[in-house]
Design a protein around this ligand. Structure first.
Ligand code: SF4
Length: 361
């Protein structure tokens, strides 16, 4: 049965595979570096957005040596707008490690791949199988859903026993695919992901079983349970946060920017001084913050907006004020003309904050 299952999907994938800039037009062999970049971008981000960013990133950093030699602000600036900036910093660190430890060649062994920053079990399996055609499983949310339906298993998709079963089953299937010949391990894993993204759709959409190459083998279809497998996960709680963005302007009209720390939200990005708090900040807290950052009172409120992140909802207020007279360099930040801010690597929230200010007066 496994051989029939994998053959059916591999044949379907040969016909139906979606064209993407990081996929070769024929066959499976591809540039491992390009695959590494695309895998990093595709984590938590839709394919359509990655399609925009990937060619630009590759034009700027065409190979692993170019990326390893770049400085971090240049990498983050190229990533700006894609979100989850930790991925960019990990990718950058991985490129350096590949140059230093693997002679600038992306390793093909999953154990070696997992020694690279930001590469977990899924990405190691995806790289090893899709790029190097090794019989390694790669299980993401799409694969969990397809395999649970295929086997008619009504289990909690996030529970550890479910994931253990899925990884084990995905391993058996990719080995069965690989036994059929060169390129089949790659096509099976990538086909499984494409099937989950285009045919075996998650709720609230309905799976398109009539168009599915596995419909004759699928237990959920036979038992008419596909629409309720997998069970819905409990919704993640969204945290509310308040952010006061301070646009401090010096006498030449430049704005103050600071670099965020290396941990947490928007790590390593630049921003105008920003006060984040779980409650709206008091006037006193705002004024103290402005003074500490080298601004003068009064503060002028320019506007507010709501900004949604995956697990946070930010209520953002933008203020402006003049800089206190200051000799020499600023203690914690740097002055930049507003026009050059786009090159700094800012979060999309801070880009919005900069857009709101002029009309706010
Ligand atoms: S037959 Fe339907 S439920 Fe089964 S794998 Fe295909 S699309 Fe998914």
């Amino acid at each position: 049965v496994d051989a029939r299952t994998t053959a059916a999907l591999v044949a379907w994938f040969a016909r139906a595979r979606r064209a993407m800039p990081w996929r070769p037009s024929v066959g499976w062999a591809r540039d491992p570096y390009a695959a590494l970049v695309s895998e990093a971008m595709l984590q938590q981000t839709q394919v359509s957005r990655v399609m925009d960013y990937f060619p630009r990133f590759m034009a700027r950093f065409p190979d692993v040596r170019a990326l390893a030699a770049a400085d971090e602000p240049a990498v983050l600036a190229q990533w700006a707008g894609l979100g989850y900036y930790r991925r960019a910093r990990h990718l950058h660190a991985a490129a350096k490690a590949i140059v230093e430890r693997f002679d600038a060649r992306v390793p093909y062994d999953p154990a070696d791949l997992r020694t690279l920053p930001g590469i977990g079990r899924y990405t190691a399996g995806a790289m090893a199988s899709i790029v190097f055609d090794r019989p390694e499983p790669a299980v993401d949310g799409n694969v969990v859903r397809v395999l649970l339906r295929l086997h008619g298993k009504d289990l909690d998709p996030a529970a550890k026993p479910t994931l253990d079963w899925t990884w084990a089953r995905a391993g058996e299937l990719v080995r069965a695919a690989s036994a059929a010949g060169e390129g089949h391990a790659s096509a099976w894993n990538e086909g499984l992901m494409d099937l989950g993204a285009t045919i075996c759709l998650p709720a609230p959409a309905q799976p398109r079983c009539e168009a599915c190459p596995l419909k004759d083998l699928c237990i959920a279809r036979r038992e008419n349970t596909a629409a309720r497998i997998p069970r819905p996960k409990a919704a993640a709680r969204v945290k509310k946060l308040y952010a006061a963005v301070l646009l401090i302007t010096d006498r030449q009209g430049r704005l103050l920017f600071e670099r965020r720390g290396d941990q947490g939200l928007w790590a390593g990005l630049n921003q105008p001084p920003t006060l984040e708090s779980p409650e709206p900040p008091s006037d006193e807290a705002l004024q103290t913050f402005a003074r500490v950052k080298g601004g003068t009172l009064p503060l002028h409120a320019c506007g507010t907006f709501e900004h949604a992140l995956t697990h946070r909802r930010l209520s953002v207020t933008v203020y402006r004020c003049a800089a206190a007279p200051c000799r020499g360099k600023h203690r914690t930040g740097q002055w930049h003309a507003r026009e050059t801010a786009a090159t700094l690597g800012l979060s999309s929230m801070h880009r919005r904050a900069l857009e709101i200010e002029p009309s706010g007066g």
